[in-house]
Design a binder for this molecule. Structure first.
Ligand SMILES: [Zn+2]
Ligand SMILES: [Zn+2]
Length: 92
């Protein structure tokens, strides 16, 4: 396992270790979100809607369109491959 200090792009929770070394830290998923995204069958947990989202203010550049990024829903560890909201969406 790789130790680190990342944030889940789904629920914004902190990720302390991963089974792989992440290259792009802007779209990491914690175990919960990962299993959710795969259509996991575990239905025991109640889903909490996220009312308040902590945004991190900063001055970054989007690696897709070179646009300014003023805030992110997570604290970026690597700033070289950030994506703005538009590019992040277009990517999916
Ligand atoms: Zn998550
Ligand atoms: Zn962009």
């Amino acid at each position: 396992m790789f130790q680190g200090n990342w944030s889940c792009s789904g629920c914004n929770t902190s990720i302390k270790e991963l089974p792989f070394e992440p290259k792009n830290t802007s779209n990491l998923l914690c175990r919960d979100c990962h299993s959710k995204q795969r259509g996991g069958s575990g239905g025991g947990k109640s889903f909490r809607p996220q009312g308040e989202r902590k945004m991190v203010q900063g001055d970054w550049k989007c690696s897709g369109c070179s646009g300014d990024i003023k805030e992110l829903p997570f604290q970026p560890r690597e700033t070289g491959n950030l994506l703005c909201r538009d590019c992040f969406r277009n990517r999916r």
